[in-house]
Design a protein around this ligand. Structure first.
Ligand SMILES: CC(C)(COP(=O)(O)OP(=O)(O)OC[C@H]1O[C@@H](n2cnc3c(N)ncnc32)[C@H](O)[C@@H]1OP(=O)(O)O)[C@@H](O)C(=O)NCCC(=O)NCCS
Length: 174
């Protein structure tokens, strides 16, 4: 368990998977995710089994401690030992929990673990230029904008820009 102030991060369990299917099929939740093709429980079980045996990924469930309520997940992909880098992704599937700082808290806790326990040096991510809530959440968590990828994403018939953001261990203060 990675304990935060109001949330903790734990491994994803099989019993969680039905919730991910519901969340990831919600167009409001998946609007800015790479996972946007309609999926079923079999797809999610396949993802779960694959990532369990993939040492380059780490996916953790976000749980509100007081209510023991699972609200989403945060993880690292493309963990590269040589470069000491990884790409961060986050989904808070329970929309009632948006805008309450849970995203920031989950990211900060995972970043701490990545720098202090996994010995990573750089954590980066991509975010749609027209996703200000996510960009703000990442900025609050210490990520800085590195650059703009022109027309890097395609959704709803249009290409759109994305930002690359990152945090380096040398910028991490805690
Ligand atoms: C993006 C996401 C992780 C953010 O998590 P969260 O818990 O809602 O984020 P936080 O509450 O920590 O921070 C959100 C910030 O954005 C701000 N915000 C919300 N809507 C905004 C908008 N339209 N414009 C600018 N800022 C906005 C909030 O006010 C808050 O900032 P504040 O604390 O300074 O007030 C969450 O909304 C989510 O999982 N969305 C669906 C999946 C997704 O898009 N993932 C990210 C893909 S890059």
């Amino acid at each position: 368990m990675l304990k935060g102030k109001r949330i903790y991060l734990r491994p994803v369990e099989r019993d969680d998977l039905a919730r991910y299917v519901k969340w990831l099929n919600d167009e409001t939740v998946n609007a800015h995710l790479t996972t946007f093709i309609p999926m079923n429980l079999d797809d999610e079980v396949e993802w779960y089994e694959n990532q369990r045996h993939d040492s380059s990924t780490l996916n953790l469930a976000i749980v509100i401690t007081t209510e023991e309520k699972h609200i989403g997940s945060v993880g690292l992909m493309k963990i590269q030992p040589r470069n000491q880098s990884a790409e961060l992704g986050i989904v808070i599937g329970d929309k009632e929990c948006w805008g309450q700082g849970y995203g920031q808290e989950a990211i900060e806790r995972l970043v701490e673990f990545a720098f202090k326990q996994l010995n990573l040096n750089r954590i980066y991510l991509r975010v749609d230029a027209h996703h200000p809530a996510a960009k703000r959440c990442y900025e609050k968590s210490g990520f800085v904008e590195e650059g703009r990828l022109r027309s890097a994403g395609f959704r709803h018939g249009q290409f759109h820009d994305q930002f690359v953001m990152s945090i380096l261990r040398s910028e991490y203060n805690n």
